[in-house]
Design a protein around this ligand. Structure first.
Ligand code: ATP
Ligand code: MG
Length: 347
């Protein structure tokens, strides 16, 4: 409910990104990897939306789909530009360049995206030139400011990528994303490769930068304990779909989906009284090329019932104690209905 007054920066509706599987001499399409399979969600301006789920559930593909870096099969992604909402999928080439300035992505290993033959100045200069910073002295000043913003000395701009540690390189990746004054930054496993202590530093930095630059983050991670620290809301993904989406507080305090419960119970916490029952996740994630029928989580679900095997549960919104909580589970729906809590009817 509290989200209703917030400004929606990005509206994803029915997004599908399928990768064709081709076989034989004629490269016939024999099926599809349904990496993103009907995702709808809103991203509010100024929030950090965590996107979590096991490896292969489509997190990166969703991030790339927003940036139009992969061909999208269906659905829309409406972004709020100065003159109103426009579908990122139907923008002209020139408009896409403008959108890619507003939306930046930071990957797990910025080393692969920093040219080893260039100094940091060389790597960070490029986007600034494109962005219209014409004078070299202005670029030197701006890059110095950006390095300071990510807690690195200004004179590091003359160094090469191999002279930095992983944590420092990640800071440089963040500085580069910031250089074009973006609005939305998609952080894809941005801290996953770092040591825990360095992770905490970079997370703190990201929080500081969010305030300073009034950013919105989509924070992708397979590690729920990372988003718990950072995210305002969390979307849990399973096999290309969102299965639960609510505020971080609500997700941890009132976990509804059996998959989220299993993910949460896998986080090592100091639980001396053993109050939380550990629910081991059975089996592997099924292939998104051949997802199970009905609820795609049903073969691994400890609470599976007959309906789950045949009927796909919809992601529906409930208002629980005043908080918006999306979940797609037949069992949860029944349990909520028994308490008189019914899904919000869309107008
Ligand atoms: N370009 C591509 N062509 C074909 N299949 C792809 C392509 N990119 C991703 N996939 C498949 O789509 C599914 C989702 O992949 P994706 O990288 O989005 O998952 P992820 O949630 O980011 O996983 P991880 O946590 O390991 O990064 C996987 O089955 C993957 O093999
Ligand atoms: Mg990924």
């Amino acid at each position: 409910m509290e989200n209703k007054e917030k400004e929606v920066l990005l509206k994803v509706r029915g997004a599908k990104t399928y990768f064709p599987i081709k076989k034989g001499l004629l490269k016939r399409t024999v099926g599809y990897v349904k990496a993103v399979d009907d995702i709808s969600l809103d991203v509010y301006r100024g929030e950090t939306l965590g996107l979590v789920g096991e490896s292969g559930c489509g997190k990166t593909t969703l991030g790339k789909s927003i940036l139009q870096l992969v061909p999208i099969t269906d659905g829309s992604m409406e972004y709020k530009f100065e003159d109103g909402y426009r579908n990122l999928r139907t923008l002209s080439r020139k408009e896409i360049d403008n959108a890619r300035q507003k939306i930046q992505i930071v990957f797990q290993d910025p080393y692969s995206s920093l040219n080893p033959a260039f100094t940091i100045f060389g790597s960070l200069e490029d986007p600034l030139i494109k962005f219209g910073v014409k004078k070299k002295e202005d670029r030197i000043k701006k890059i110095g400011d950006l390095l300071e913003a990510v807690n690195l000395p200004r004179d590091y701009m003359t160094r090469y990528p191999n002279e930095f540690s992983g944590g420092q390189r990640q800071r440089i990746g963040i500085a580069r994303a910031l250089s074009v004054n973006p609005e939305l930054i998609i952080c894809d496993e941005a801290v996953s490769a770092l040591d825990v202590s360095i992770q905490a530093q970079v997370l703190k930095l990201l929080n500081k930068l969010k305030e300073e630059y009034q950013l919105t983050y989509i924070f992708i991670t397979h590690d729920l304990s990372v988003v718990e620290y950072l995210a305002d809301r969390i979307a849990v993904m399973y096999l290309g779909r969102v299965v639960e989406l609510t505020t971080s507080e609500e997700l941890f305090a009132n976990t509804l989906h059996p998959y989220t419960k299993a993910l949460l119970s896998a986080i090592p916490v100091a639980d001396v009284h053993q109050t939380k029952k550990r629910i081991p996740l059975q089996g592997d994630v099924p292939s998104p090329a051949n997802p199970p029928s009905g609820c795609t989580f049903h073969p691994r679900c400890p609470e599976v019932c007959e309906k789950c095997k045949t009927e796909r549960p919809m992601l529906e919104e409930y208002i629980i104690d005043g908080v918006s909580h999306f979940v797609s589970c037949h069992k949860v729906k029944e349990e909520l209905a028994a308490k008189g809590i019914l899904p919000v009817v869309k107008e």
